[in-house]
Design a protein around this ligand. Structure first.
Ligand SMILES: C[C@H](N)C(=O)N[C@@H](CCCCN)C(=O)O
Length: 493
């Protein structure tokens, strides 16, 4: 109805009504996310080389990997990012987020260069950036951690602020350009492009690091900082389009929201349906991204194969998700069924993790491994394709940036905690195991399956609540011609 009212009161065509313009805006926003996701995982396939050339043992690597979410979770950066987004708008926040990613990326690159190793800063990091390594220590540094890992962690945590800030800004930007149009398809394409970034990196990063048999871990990271810079330029170009659209909206009598006030955050925090979505998000994603960190080794242990071979099996996961997410987004735009898709996504995830827990160790079958990974890819399309486009149906537009930010913040807590929890569970259930190929992953996989079980319960509650309160989660984003005609008739008479 809101869209219909907008179209009744705004006869002049806006920039976002032109297909070429809104899809160009999407290309600019999605490219920046593609480059960001490349950076997120650029070092993931290089663990072995980080150890041999920079002395990073598994704990140094683990602390570095966990640092990405540190400032977002513990310094509440994501909450501030949401407030900045709602107060300052998409274009300011996009450029800020892009610049923060470049700055963090550059620090991470510098930490891995020879110049850093010869600098006074290295000695400073060795001597002064130390914290006692006790069991409760959740900081990204510990005494004895290589200086390059410490500075990399600082760079990565700054990058993580920019990356998550970009994530919420891009979602907000897509709503701005695609609301009432192909919104879920656009979000699906944006996420698909990001997944391609992850797939590209697992093949490209080792090839670039070992170019001409001269191993350099700083080479792929230098290239990805360059890509982040291109992403920032994309955000700057986007900001001109955003400005033009906003000017048109102002001069066209387009619905103007009340300005955002921080006290309005109480509407988000007091909304029951918002909490259900946020909890569903943290439970579901905690069984996906942290699983990704252990998947290679889990496949190695269950199938008795090398890390490279396991990587090739797991490669179909981001690729499959990239292929299916836009199709499901398109389905959601035209047919709806968002809450049902969330439920099916959780069911498929439970089946996959239970297969990894019980069936794979018993059969050691590559066919079963591939089938489960493909199913998980479908699950990882169903949930993101329906979750993110559903948020605008639950939250007022002017609070949308903050709403995405709070969901990301809660999700980031899970993303920070679960890699550690799973590591601890793996160690506790495999006492005395020394060879990394000999781990039994049944209990960790059961933990992931339980997260899926809880997400499923929340999905069912969400669907029931939607049926009662009519949020429209099961309705299409693009109103059918019939329903538009009916609305026009009722508006006229
Ligand atoms: C990790 C990040 N917080 C996240 O949730 N990413 C989502 C995409 C959210 C939409 C970004 N515009 C993902 O599925 O990767």
């Amino acid at each position: 109805m809101a869209n219909l009212q907008k179209s009744i009161s705004s006869p002049q065509e806006l920039l976002r009504d032109k297909a070429w313009a809104r899809w160009t805006a999407l290309v600019l926003l999605a490219s920046a996310m593609f480059f960001a996701y490349i950076f997120v995982d650029v070092l993931s396939p290089l663990q072995e080389y980080l150890q041999s050339t920079k002395g990073w043992d598994p704990s140094a690597y683990g602390r570095f990997a966990g640092s990405e979410t540190f400032l977002n979770v513990f310094v509440f950066f994501l909450i501030f990012a949401g407030i900045i987004l709602d107060k300052m708008g998409v274009r300011f926040t996009a450029i800020l987020a892009g610049a923060v990613m470049v700055a963090g990326g550059f620090i991470n690159y510098y930490a891995l260069t020879d110049s850093f190793m010869e600098s006074g800063l290295k000695n400073f990091m060795d001597d002064f950036v130390n914290l006692p390594d006790t069991w409760w220590n959740i900081t990204p540094f510990y005494d004895g951690m290589p200086a390059s890992a410490k500075l990399s962690a600082i760079g990565f945590m700054i990058f993580g602020c920019g990356c998550e800030m970009s994530g919420i800004t891009v979602s907000r930007g897509i709503v701005k350009w695609f609301e009432g149009k192909e919104m879920a398809l656009a979000m699906g394409i944006e996420m698909a492009v990001a997944r391609l970034g992850v797939a590209v990196v697992f093949l490209g990063s080792p090839a670039i690091a070992t170019f001409r048999d001269n191993i350099s871990v700083s080479r792929p990271i230098a290239l990805s900082v360059l890509l982040l810079l291109i992403g920032l330029i994309g955000f700057i170009v986007y900001s001109f389009m955003d400005k033009k659209l906003e000017n048109e909206m102002g001069s066209n009598g387009e619905v103007k929201d009340d300005p955002f006030k921080i006290s309005d955050l109480k509407y988000i925090f007091s909304s029951k349906v918002f909490w259900i979505v946020a909890l569903l998000c943290v439970l579901y994603y905690s069984a996906i991204f942290p699983f990704q960190k252990y998947a290679n080794n889990m496949l190695q242990c269950n199938l008795g194969i090398s890390a490279e071979a396991a990587g090739r099996v797991f490669f179909v996961f981001p690729l499959g998700a990239a292929a299916i997410t836009p199709l499901l987004g398109n389905f959601l735009d035209r047919k709806g069924k968002g809450a049902t898709m969330l439920i099916w996504g959780a069911i498929l995830m439970i089946i996959c993790h239970l297969t990894f827990a019980f069936v794979l160790p018993a059969t050691r079958s590559a066919v079963i491994a591939y089938s489960a990974i493909v199913l998980l890819g479908i699950s990882f399309s169903l949930v993101p394709a329906s979750l993110w486009p559903s948020v605008p149906k639950l939250v007022d537009n002017r609070l949308l940036g903050s709403a995405y930010a709070v969901i990301f913040w809660i999700q980031n807590i899970g993303l920070y905690a679960f890699p550690m929890i799973i590591g601890a569970v793996l160690a506790a259930t495999n006492p005395g195991v020394e060879n990394a190929m000999d781990y039994n992953y049944t209990v960790p996989m059961l933990v992931f399956a339980s997260l899926g079980g809880l997400a499923l319960i929340l999905g069912i509650i969400l669907k029931a609540l939607d049926a009662k309160k009519h949020y429209g989660l099961e309705l299409p984003n693009i109103p059918s011609e019939k329903s538009l005609e009916a609305e026009v008739e009722s508006a006229e008479g």
